[in-house]
Design a protein around this ligand. Structure first.
Ligand SMILES: Nc1ncnc2c1ncn2[C@@H]1O[C@H](COP(=O)(O)OP(=O)(O)OP(=O)(O)O)[C@@H](O)[C@H]1O
Ligand SMILES: O=P(O)(O)OC[C@H]1O[C@H](OP(=O)(O)OP(=O)(O)O)[C@H](O)[C@@H]1O
Ligand SMILES: O=C(O)c1cccnc1
Length: 489
């Protein structure tokens, strides 16, 4: 999608430092050193208790398209260092021009519920190639995961109501709008007003009309009548341009005419004022006139908290139109996903595990070639365990709380589980069939239904247990101790 938007290949959609490091690896003969990186986040967005992974579809498109074309190389050749000489030598640019990605990528499926420190993507390949992918992978996963999570939160509040995404006009540019529409649909909205997203992603498109339609006519009634005459099968009338209650009455007049012609009044839309009071009044008026199935649509700066409050107030809203707060993730506009080196293969073929130290314990990275095991019982998911695929003995496991090593949980060989990371690319070849966008959307609901209600609540959610398998925990602890002593010596 984005390459079409900008009419270019996408090798340069990265930070300059990835290219300067790549050059350094190439010059020093380290380019082919094998490495493993993990992409994960440290804290749920929106002070929530869960996160919905999204963006793998775009990652697959990106990796398939990845290359540096002649114009990219010409641009890189024009870059200069501080001494005015070219930053990159021609032989390196030739190397980039011939580069074909040969990384192996394992990832969790789109729509999977994930938790802090769990790898969403694990990338294994030459250090040079893994490094080049850091920025684009974070770009593709962070935003879509954020928006899918926001939409999932709204879906949890809306329960069975219809959710429409109206955000394109407020989105962060064209690509922000397109990706938000895709991620919001996977996360839980039913339709979008974004017609290009409808065409390209197969998302249902829906909409009402704007205030300008009403203002164009001499009266609101004439505006409603004209709209209903020409769009009798798409008639949701915006009733708040002048006086909302009078607007509902005018909509009922038009609804009666629609009925005489064999159609029905689809809905009315409220876009200002007290949405609880007005929706209850509108429902009375509509029901009294026999319009029991006419929907009440609400919009106006809605988010999951206002929706929740409106539900508690008994608002009679059955369709929610949500724009700005959804597509911009208004209260937390970025997910802090990171991409960290976890292992490097020695010349002898052995893996050497790596950690990034930090003063804050939560920021110390976890080493190893990781997989996530999600345990369940009859009631649903009970805990996730991050383990090292080369070390762990799969039958029985001890899981350590990484922030309190005295908390240890045992899982016997009878406990059911699923593994979250699946092979996506093997040495550059795609080995995964991306599920349909509908299947990814269904996965979110199916996954969320298996978590305790406390994990899903909006305020002070319960912390779902995520631990490290004991052997991995010990490896990490020893590496931290060693790294701290080296940094002091
Ligand atoms: N009953 C309610 N409880 C909680 N929040 C509400 C309720 N009714 C509306 N809201 C929210 O309150 C905010 C009201 O926005 P605002 O102050 O812009 O008023 P307005 O009615 O939209 O006025 P305007 O005519 O300028 O559009 C919106 O975010 C809306 O979703
Ligand atoms: O409020 P949002 O969640 O972003 O939903 C989209 C909004 O976009 C439209 O109006 P617009 O905001 O363009 O104009 P208005 O504020 O005058 O209604 C629509 O009427 C909604 O209010
Ligand atoms: O169809 C609508 O009602 C709509 C579309 C975009 C933004 N606001 C409303």
């Amino acid at each position: 999608m984005i390459n079409k938007l900008y009419d270019t290949s996408l090798g340069l959609l990265t930070d300059l430092y990835q290219l300067t490091m790549a050059y350094g690896y190439w010059k020093s003969g380290m380019a082919e050193k094998e490495a493993v990186f993990n992409l994960y986040f440290r804290k749920h967005p929106f002070q929530g208790g869960y996160t919905v992974a999204c963006g793998l579809g775009s990652v697959i498109d990106y990796i398939k398209e990845f290359r540096f074309d002649a114009s990219d190389l010409a641009y890189l050749a024009s870059l200069e260092g501080s001494d005015g000489n070219p930053l990159f030598e021609p032989a390196f640019l030739e190397y980039l021009g011939a580069l074909r990605l040969a990384c192996s990528i394992d990832a969790v499926a789109e729509g999977t519920v994930v938790f802090p420190n769990e790898p969403i993507l694990r990338i294994q390949g030459s250090i040079l190639q893994c490094q080049l992918l850091e920025t684009p992978l974070l770009n593709l996963i962070n935003f879509q995961t954020l928006i899918a999570t926001k939409a999932a939160r709204m879906r949890q509040v809306a329960q069975g109501d219809v959710l429409m995404e109206f955000g394109l006009r407020r989105a962060q540019g064209p690509d922000g709008g397109m990706t938000a529409s895709r991620a919001a649909y996977i996360g839980g909205v039913d339709a979008t007003s974004n017609v290009l997203a409808g065409k390209l992603y197969g998302i249902p498109v829906k909409g009402t009309h704007a205030h300008s339609w009403v203002m164009t006519f001499d009266s609101e009634l004439e505006a409603f009548e004209t709209y209903a005459r020409y769009l009798p099968n798409n008639t949701t009338l915006l009733v708040d341009t002048y006086d909302t209650i009078q607007g509902v009455k005018n909509a009922i007049v038009v609804g009666e005419k629609l009925r005489e012609r064999g159609h029905d009044l689809g809905g009315i839309r409220l876009d200002s004022g007290d949405l609880a009071y007005l929706s209850i009044e509108a429902r009375h008026l509509l029901d009294a006139a026999g319009f029991h199935t006419t929907q009440i649509v609400a919009s106006n700066d809605l988010d999951e908290h206002i929706m929740d409050s409106l539900k508690i107030q008994g608002a009679k809203i059955s369709v929610w139109g949500i724009g700005t707060k959804l597509v911009t993730a208004f209260d937390q506009p970025a997910l802090g996903g990171v991409y960290k080196l976890a292992a490097i293969r020695d010349p002898g073929g052995e893996w050497s595990y790596k950690i990034k130290l930090s003063e804050q314990a939560v920021k110390v990275s976890t080493p190893g070639i990781q997989q996530v095991r999600r345990y369940r019982d009859n009631a649903g998911f009970i805990a996730d365990m991050i383990y090292d695929i080369h070390r762990h003995h799969p039958q029985e496991a001890s899981m350590v709380d990484p922030y309190d090593f005295t908390k240890i949980r045992q899982f016997d060989s009878e406990t059911e589980f699923e593994e979250l990371l699946m092979p996506i690319f093997k040495e550059g070849d795609l080995v995964y069939r991306l599920p349909s966008i509908e299947a990814s959307k269904a996965r979110v609901l199916q996954q969320l239904s298996c978590f305790h209600q406390g994990v899903k609540r909006l305020v002070n959610p319960h912390t779902y247990p995520v631990g490290l398998e004991k052997e991995l925990f010990d490896i990490k602890t020893n590496l931290v101790i060693r790294a701290r002593s080296v940094s002091k010596s």
